[in-house]
Write a new protein. Structure first.
Length: 122
């Protein structure tokens, strides 16, 4: 099979899959809206409150004790690691740290073209 044909088939398959996923998403959204409407009607017929006011979020340092401390701890970023500690840990794992000017660069465009060009081999 020609590479052009493979690419066209792949493109068609992806576009079809995307259309199917979009249709399913639209259908699920419509079902969700219908369910919400039905629940509202059912609740209003029974005289039940269907939506509660939003729960107030505690402010940090507002005096609500452990909850405030726990949430504040969850939001904190981990302490930064010093470069020397990181370098030592990297060397223990066998990772070599090189200066920026000695790091390996990617393949130049010309070398990439020569390596991956199709000279009638596909």
């Amino acid at each position: 099979m020609k590479p052009e044909t493979k690419l066209k088939l792949r493109k068609w398959a992806l576009m079809t899959l995307k259309a199917i996923v979009w249709s399913v998403d639209e259908w699920l959204h419509a079902q969700e809206l219908r369910l919400r409407k039905d629940l509202e009607q059912l609740g209003s017929a029974r005289g039940v409150v269907t939506s509660l006011p939003p729960k107030p979020r505690p402010q940090f340092g507002s005096g609500d004790g452990a909850a405030s401390v726990k949430r504040a701890g969850e939001l904190r970023a981990p302490a930064p690691i010093k470069f020397d500690e990181w370098l030592q840990e990297a060397q223990e794992r066998g990772i070599e740290a090189r200066p920026k000017n000695q790091r390996r660069r990617g393949m130049p465009a010309r070398a990439f073209d020569l390596r991956f060009s199709s000279h009638g081999t596909l």
